[in-house]
Design a protein around this ligand. Structure first.
Ligand code: SAH
Length: 483
């Protein structure tokens, strides 16, 4: 067989990120291999776009000695786990990847994946695996959506025929996976709320009528870049943030007035001006056109102020469950000194503060540190300290210089790339009794935990939390104790 050939497979296992696995005889695929009578069906073929229980026709993309990669071209018999996707853009849009899979099964696959990562990749044996915490809401769970404008609208197959009648130079919606400059124009998304859809559709019509130019990633001319909507789960706060390449106050004033008439629930309107070439939805500076420029949300008993550009967990209800899991794992008595590494806007720090003697938070972004201090004030919390530190370098000099007491417990919640080896070394040297490692990437998490285990920490238990239904993202909490 060669690349481009199509084969028929019966999928029996789930690998990761929407890929099913079939095991077949290697001699069927790899040229020059003899049929292995002793070990039949020992060759793994990954099929992108398949689920266990499917029979598919799939095109070979890569043939290696130990496995092959392929992409499904036709589902012959669908898996019983498949359900009809709720959204009409499913399959094209980059937002949801497994909306056509029963939610219970999504959870089961996420749980299995974490178990395999820890047992097979990590080689860990005697630790407890607690069941994944499902998301309370399966739709409308996000508090933030970031839509993009594009002068290159992605045309669906049926639209290609209608190319003349469709405005292919104006789109507001979500990106197509792996295609950075094309945007799928969408009218309805089930991830945020109905108000969010109303705002998106109004915004599209408003600027289309005015012929406002869209920023081009090629020529770097044009005005409209992104529409970011932030909505509180616990208050009525609703923020509309228009990201543009330049200032046009008159246009913003008119947009704001019309938007408030159409969607009176909007509480604040902001314009972020992004003059950078990079396609990021954060401005170099911002102007407030209505309201305060903030929304307030809560996690547990604590309130948080969220500005347009500050990081806040996007599923507020699940964030509470994630933090409660971390707190339960830490088993605090109230006398502990805690370090919270990669603390962002101080949400975990503040959440734990009522159960600890003192919490010291370390984070590199200055704006996040300022938000964190503001949030501590808002909740009248005194036993927390926010320290700006780049955790790509050793932070022990800061600990020594400021005479910060040694930690009993460390909470570590790094970005997807995981911890820097220097930070792992610092952690080992600080030698806390317990480490609670919260991660959005179990792969890097297990890598880091192996280093900590080599230095004498014992992995006690893990518990995944589903923060993002219909996506492949997995959040996982792990508890380690010093031997
Ligand atoms: N614990 C927070 C934020 C977690 S996101 C919460 O639950 O909301 C990860 C955080 O790591 C971000 O705030 C990011 O700014 C921070 N970060 C990334 N690289 C860093 C570095 N080198 N040093 C310190 N903090 C870093």
């Amino acid at each position: 067989m060669k690349k481009g050939d199509i084969i028929e497979l019966k999928i029996d296992r789930y690998a990761f990120e929407g890929k099913g696995i079939a095991r077949i005889d290697k001699s069927l695929i790899v040229p020059g291999t003899k049929k292995d009578e002793g070990k039949p069906n020992n060759y793994v073929v990954f099929a992108d776009g398949s689920y266990p229980g499917d029979t598919v026709k799939t095109m070979l993309l890569k043939i290696k000695n130990s496995y092959a990669e392929s992409k499904v071209v036709e589902v012959l018999t669908p898996s019983p786990y498949r359900i009809p996707a709720k959204c009409r853009y499913f399959g094209l849009c980059g937002g949801c990847k497994q909306q056509n899979l029963d939610y219970e099964i999504q959870l089961k696959f996420k749980q299995q994946q974490v178990e395999e990562i820890f047992q097979k990749m990590g080689g860990f044996r005697d630790f407890e695996i607690e069941p994944i915490i499902p998301s309370e809401k399966v739709f409308y769970y996000r508090n933030k959506m970031e839509f993009s404008f594009s002068d290159k609208r992605w045309l669906k197959k049926e639209e290609l025929a209608d190319e003349k009648i469709i405005d292919k130079n104006f789109a507001l919606g979500l990106h197509i996976p792996n295609i950075y400059d094309k945007v799928l124009d969408i009218e309805e998304c089930f991830l945020q709320s109905k108000a969010s859809n109303q705002i998106m559709n109004f915004t599209r019509e408003f600027f289309k009528k005015k012929n406002t130019p869209i920023y081009s990633t090629k020529t770097h001319e044009g005005y409209l870049r992104n529409l970011v909507i932030k909505q509180s789960h616990h208050t009525d706060d609703l923020m509309v943030n228009l990201v543009t390449a330049s200032e046009d106050d008159d246009l913003m004033v008119e947009y704001t007035a019309d938007l408030l008439k159409e969607v009176p629930a909007v509480t604040t309107v902001i314009n972020n001006i992004n003059k950078k070439l990079a396609s990021v939805a954060t401005g170099d500076y911002e102007k407030v056109f209505h309201g305060t420029g903030y929304i307030y949300d809560s996690i547990g008993d604590y309130k948080f102020r969220v500005s347009a550009n500050s990081f806040f967990q996007t599923n507020s209800l699940q964030a509470e469950k994630l933090y409660a899991t971390a707190l339960e794992f830490a088993q605090l008595s109230g006398d502990e000194v805690i370090y919270d590494l990669y603390s962002g806007a101080g949400t975990i720090t503040i959440f734990m503060s009522g159960r600890a003697k003192q919490v010291f938070a370390f984070e590199s972004i200055e704006a996040a540190i300022m938000d964190a201090a503001e949030n501590a004030n808002l909740n009248k919390i005194k036993n927390v300290n926010f320290i700006q530190a780049d955790l790509y370098k050793s932070f022990l000099p800061i600990v020594k210089k400021d005479e910060i007491p040694k930690p009993d417990v460390m909470i570590i919640d790094p970005p997807r790339s995981g911890m820097h080896p220097i930070t792992i070394q610092d952690t080992i040297e600080l030698s806390p009794k317990k480490i609670v490692y919260v991660s959005c990437n179990p792969g890097t998490q297990v890598r880091d935990i192996k280093f900590l285990a080599d230095a004498g920490y014992i992995l006690k238990k893990i518990r995944p939390v589903d923060m993002f239904p219909h996506t492949y993202h997995i959040e996982n909490v792990a508890l380690l104790e010093r031997q």
